[in-house]
Design a protein around this ligand. Structure first.
Ligand code: AMP
Ligand code: FE
Ligand code: FE
Ligand code: ZN
Length: 287
C-alpha cells in the first residue's frame, strides 16, 4: 500500500485541479492520497468524484496555517473532519479573508519596485482559491523577475523580506481543539522545517498535545535529519501517530507524489479516530 497524506490542488497553492491531483496520484502508483489544501475543503467534492474514476482512495483533509503568540508559523494537517463544523469553518473563513487583504498589501509594496499589478496576481488564482505567496511568486515569474517559485521564496517573498506582510492565523492549540471538535485527526505538518522560518519549542508541543494533537508528520523533505530523532522521541513518549508525505504542489514545488509514505497501520488508526467524514474508496479498494 502506497499512502501519501499531504497534497495541494489549485483550490489553494497547487498548480493542478483536484481532478488532476487524483490522476497524478494514480499515475504515481499511489493507493491512497490525501487532499490537504491550505485553509479550504472546497476541493473535496471534485476529488471524491475523480478519485473513484482514477482508482485511488481519497482521504479528505486540510492544512491550517497557524501562528503562536511568539509569532512562529505552524502548519496543522487535519484529516477526516466535518467540513461544516461551525467553529473550524469560522477560523478558516477569517484566515482566508485576511489572506486576501494581506496579499493586496504585499502587492502594493512590491509594485513600488517591480512590474507587478493585482491583476497579474489574480490571473494565477483559481476562482475562490486560498490566496498565498505562491500566487504572488507566479506573477513575479511571469514578469521575468524570478525564474520560479523557489527563487521567489529564497529572496523577495521570505518572511524576512521588506515586502512580507502577516495575515490572521489561529493559535495552533486552538486549531487542534477545533479539528478534534469537528471529528478530525490533527497532525503537526513538517514540525522542524527550519528553512521556512523559526520552529516551535517545547511549550508549543505541550500545548498542542494537551489540546489533543494526534500525530507528527516526520517523513517530510523539509524536516532535517537531526530534528527527526527529536520528533520520534516525542511521538514515542506521547503515543503520537507518525506520518510521511510529499506535500505535492504540482509544478509549484519540486516535491514528487509518493516521495514519502505513511504506513497502512497509521492510516487505519486515522480512519478509526476520524469521525467527521469518511475516506472515499473506489470499489476495488474496499477491504
Ligand atoms: P503563505 O501561506 O502565503 O504564507 O505562503 C506559504 C506557502 O508557500 C506554503 O504553504 C508553501 O506551500 C509555499 N512555499 C513555501 N516555500 C516555498 C518554496 N521554496 N517554493 C515554493 N513554494 C513554497
Ligand atoms: Fe503550500
Ligand atoms: Fe505546510
Ligand atoms: Zn502543505
Amino acid at each position: 500500500m502506497r499512502i501519501d497524506l499531504h497534497a495541494h490542488s489549485n483550490v489553494s497553492d497547487g498548480t493542478e485541479t483536484p481532478a488532476q491531483v487524483m490522476a497524478s496520484a494514480a499515475r504515481a502508483g499511489l493507493d491512497v492520497i490525501a487532499l490537504t489544501d491550505h485553509d479550504s475543503t472546497d476541493g473535496w467534492e471534485e476529488a471524491s468524484r475523480t478519485a473513484l474514476k482514477c482508482g485511488v482512495a481519497l482521504v479528505p483533509g486540510m492544512e491550517i496555517s497557524c501562528r503562536t503568540a511568539e509569532g512562529i508559523s505552524v502548519h496543522l494537517l487535519s484529516y477526516l473532519h466535518d467540513p461544516s463544523h461551525a467553529g473550524l469553518l469560522e477560523e478558516i473563513t477569517k484566515a482566508k479573508a485576511a489572506r486576501l487583504t494581506r496579499a493586496e498589501r504585499m502587492v502594493t509594496l512590491l509594485a513600488e519596485d517591480y512590474p507587478l499589478s493585482w491583476d497579474d496576481v489574480i490571473h494565477h488564482v483559481a476562482p475562490g482559491a486560498t490566496l498565498g505567496r505562491p500566487h504572488i511568486a507566479d506573477a513575479l515569474v511571469a514578469a521575468g523577475v524570478v525564474a520560479d517559485r523557489s527563487e521567489a521564496f529564497a529572496s523577495i517573498l521570505t518572511s524576512h523580506s521588506r515586502y512580507f506582510v502577516q495575515h490572521y492565523a489561529p493559535d495552533p492549540a486552538l486549531a487542534v481543539e477545533l479539528v478534534r471538535a469537528a471529528g478530525g485527526v490533527p497532525v503537526f505538518a513538517h514540525p522542524v522545517a527550519s528553512a521556512r522560518g523559526r520552529i516551535v519549542g517545547e511549550r508549543t508541543y505541550r500545548e498542542m498535545i494537551d489540546a489533543g494533537l494526534l500525530g507528527l508528520e516526520i517523513e517530510h523533505r523539509d524536516n532535517p535529519e537531526e530534528g527527526r530523532d527529536f520528533l520520534r522521541g516525542l511521538a514515542a513518549e506521547h503515543e503520537l501517530l507518525v506520518t510521511g508525505s510529499s506535500d505535492y504542489h504540482g509544478a509549484g514545488k519540486p516535491n514528487r507524489l509518493g516521495e514519502n509514505l505513511t504506513a497502512p497501520e497509521v492510516l487505519a488508526r486515522i480512519e478509526d479516530l476520524g469521525t467527521g467524514t469518511p475516506i472515499v474508496r473506489p470499489p476495488s479498494r474496499r477491504p
